[in-house]
Design a protein. Structure first.
Length: 167
């Protein structure tokens, strides 16, 4: 029984050069370098199994990024043609390539506290406790918690969460 063939990938010389440049950058994040290397190896004709063995990753990971690259082909080709006409668009193409290799948005539990609430809690910590009627010289997480609830900034918050905000 034969195994299915991997999607053949295509890229212009400009995209190929950008991917190689990113994969050689010492300051590039490891996730980006690995994904660039997956695409470069796939462009050179390597199979998913070969790439997975070489990079010590799972074959499904290679398959995922190969299909993501394939899915962004239309947008990439548009930018590649613009770069061929105007070299100043190379930075835009690089941004597009990096964005296409980023993780997809994952939904999760929305934050319990808004940015405004966090800022107000930090502002309390910057004030003098005596000005709020506390007979202490320095705030503790417990007093900040009580003051935030008293001022109506939050309905309830743990001392530990206040500590995380101040960390």
């Amino acid at each position: 029984m034969s195994t299915p063939k991997a999607l053949p990938l295509q890229a212009s010389e400009e995209s190929h050069a950008i991917l190689e440049g990113i994969s050689r950058r010492r300051t590039a994040p490891m996730w980006l370098v690995t994904r660039c290397q997956i695409i470069l190896d796939a462009l050179s004709g390597s199979s998913n199994s070969q790439i997975a063995r070489e990079l010590d990753i799972k074959r499904n990971t290679v398959r995922h990024w190969r299909s993501r690259w394939h899915a962004t082909q239309a947008g990439r080709e548009t930018l590649e043609s613009q770069v061929a006409q105007d070299a100043s668009k190379a930075a835009e193409l690089e941004g597009y390539l990096i964005d296409s290799l980023r993780d997809a948005y994952r939904s999760g539990k929305p934050p319990k506290f808004s940015a405004e609430q966090v800022v107000q809690i930090v502002a309390i910590a910057c004030e003098s406790p005596e000005a709020s009627g506390y007979p202490i010289s320095h705030w503790s997480a417990k007093e900040i918690r009580l003051e935030a609830i008293k001022r109506g900034i939050v309905e309830d918050i743990s001392e530990r969460q206040v500590g995380r905000f101040l960390k």
